[in-house]
Design a protein around this ligand. Sequence first.
Ligand code: DX5
Ligand code: ZN
Length: 216
Amino acid sequence: MMPKIAPSILAADFNHLGDDILMLNESEADFIHCDVMDGHFVPNISFGIPIVKQISEITEKPLDVHLMISNPDQFIHEFAKAGASWLTVHYEACVHLHRTVGAIKEQGVKASVCLNPHTPVAVLEDIVSELDMVLLMSVNPGFGGQKFIPNTYKKVKQLRTLIQEKNAECLIEVDGGVNYDTGKLLKEAGADVLVAGTFVFGSENPKEIIQNLRDL
Ligand code: DX5
Ligand code: ZN
């Protein structure tokens, strides 16, 4: 199966963000990945609700919003209202994860949980059947342009096994350091969705990169 591609606008040109969103409308991208950082859960600050809302006004693609924030429960309603189709919260940021996942679904938004590189897949055993997607971080969250952590391939395979065991229907998304080489191996390991920031927006021809990543 072809992987779905979710370009991360963290690597876009924020002086011309509208142009980049319109370019993505014309591309084969499946989602637009929005990296929200709060300077608390991760050591960086990116953008928040008003930007997501503005993007949603001009995009034709579903917004895949990755919340790298502490206390995400506080903002679920706001991000849903701003136009998120998918909301990802971090396992490490949620004390009452089952409640948080329920709150996301109540908004009519697809629910996804993200694991940091050090968090084992096994912690999802009792929640995976409730999820629409699991996001595996293949770098430490906070910055674009980092080096891919190869242990992720093993985690993709473990997650695929867990999904099968539980008869779950969730997608496997991977985020960080995706390029043609890592993307191909991720696809072979069983990933459904590839996030790519620097590799897409650092290129002269982002649409071609998106197309090629789909065709890997
Ligand atoms: C990292 C973000 C990623 C990041 C990926 O904290 O969650 O989505 O933008 O960027 P690249 O593709 O540049 O590694
Ligand atoms: Zn992300």
